[in-house]
Design a protein around this ligand. Structure first.
Ligand SMILES: NC(=O)C1=CN([C@@H]2O[C@H](COP(=O)(O)OP(=O)(O)OC[C@H]3O[C@@H](n4cnc5c(N)ncnc54)[C@H](OP(=O)(O)O)[C@@H]3O)[C@@H](O)[C@H]2O)C=CC1
Ligand SMILES: CC(=O)N[C@@H](CCC(=O)OP(=O)(O)O)C(=O)O
Length: 310
């Protein structure tokens, strides 16, 4: 029987993207709340309890409320918000981050969809720390650029109103308290909080994350090709992966690193750059903040939870 799927927040940026990705699917039944009732708790409770799986595309407080409304009915959840990413009892919905993660997602009642920013840094760092090439106590700084759709409906409206007057590159989270720090630290297994210094660009969609690495002080300094080989082995060993690792040839072109390169897909490409003589390396990730960064990952998790492969 077709699984009943309810998207709470289907009119928002992430919800609409998920709806579009699921629109032609015959193997699921989409439950859709009337627009004028979308914030009515009683109506939402009915939909949340009728669904086999509810996908939450809401602000954090509304996501917590949705779980409280539906959990005792046995509804399974995929939460795209930040509310449950490091919460007890929730499985982190980043299928490629470890060999056994897809299996955990498939079995879970509660899946926290990862944040858009964390996925690139975690994709680069976690396998390298797990393999012992990088130590867990390494000092990590993360930067990059996101399209303005990362800020949801309000930021989209703000940028569209500014048009060509919008800044091409705008650093933010300058208090160094970005909301994604806890999940990056937790899932990479870092012993100290990374610095997360994001920026938003004057384009709607797409993302590039950068993690520069100082390695010269390590007892055993990994070369760029060793870092690359470990990532290629990890992602090459997975049965299903939306992540590929670019060749380690120092020939990255601007088209490869265009943040918009993977827009409207669920793909991510990792790049390793290095200066071995200085013991320095750089991990780059290119993906769509609304694709692999949000709705693509949510659909990937949904497919794992309903047993639909690849
Ligand atoms: N945009 C992105 O790149 C990413 C976003 N996310 C996360 O996904 C979630 C949604 O973000 P995004 O789609 O960008 O945000 P939007 O602001 O675009 O959409 C949020 C939606 O939630 C609805 N909503 C708000 N409060 C309630 C409520 N109490 N009950 C029911 N519906 C409600 C809003 O309705 P209304 O329109 O009427 O206000 C709106 O449609 C956030 O938690 C965000 O952190 C995750 C990864 C990336
Ligand atoms: C450009 C921009 O503002 N991006 C948002 C991240 C997008 C988002 O909503 O975060 P999640 O992926 O965790 O849900 C921010 O940095 O707060």
């Amino acid at each position: 029987m077709a699984q009943k799927i309810y998207i709470d927040g289907e009119h928002g940026t992430t919800g609409l993207q998920i709806l579009n990705r699921l629109a032609d699917r015959k193997d699921i039944e989409l439950l859709s709340i009337p627009a004028d009732k979308r914030k009515d708790p009683d109506t939402r409770a009915d939909f949340l309890r009728a669904a086999d799986i509810a996908i939450l595309c809401l602000p954090d407080d509304a996501a917590r409320e949705a779980v409280a409304l539906g959990r005792d009915a046995g509804t399974r959840f995929i939460d795209a918000s930040t509310a449950h990413r490091t919460a007890e009892g929730w499985v982190y919905g980043f299928a490629e981050m470890a060999a056994d993660q897809a299996g955990k997602i498939a079995e879970a009642q509660f899946v926290a969809n990862p944040g858009c920013w964390p996925q690139g840094p975690i994709a680069g760092l976690k396998p390298l720390i797990a393999s012992g090439l990088l130590p867990a106590d390494l000092s990590i700084s993360i930067s990059g650029i996101s399209g303005y759709s990362g800020g949801g409906k309000q930021m989209i409206a703000d940028y569209q109103a500014m048009g060509d007057d919008a800044p091409a590159f705008m650093p933010y989270a300058l208090g160094l308290q970005h909301k994604h720090v806890p999940e990056i630290r937790t899932y990479c297994g870092l012993s100290q909080a990374p610095i997360m210094q994001p920026a938003v660009g004057n384009f709607a969609q797409g993302m590039l994350t950068m993690v520069p690495l100082h390695l010269a002080h390590l007892d055993k300094v990994p070369s760029g090709s060793e870092l690359h080989a470990a990532l290629a082995e990890h992602y090459g060993s997975l049965t299903h992966s939306a992540i590929d690792v670019a060749p380690f040839d120092g020939k990255e072109r601007s088209s490869d690193l265009n943040p918009q390169r993977h827009n409207d897909t669920n793909r991510m490409t990792l790049h390793v750059c290095a200066n071995d003589a200085r013991g320095q390396a750089l991990l780059l990730a290119v993906y769509d903040n609304l694709g692999k960064g949000a709705s693509g990952a949510a659909v990937q998790n949904l497919d794992l939870m309903i047993g639909r492969s690849g």
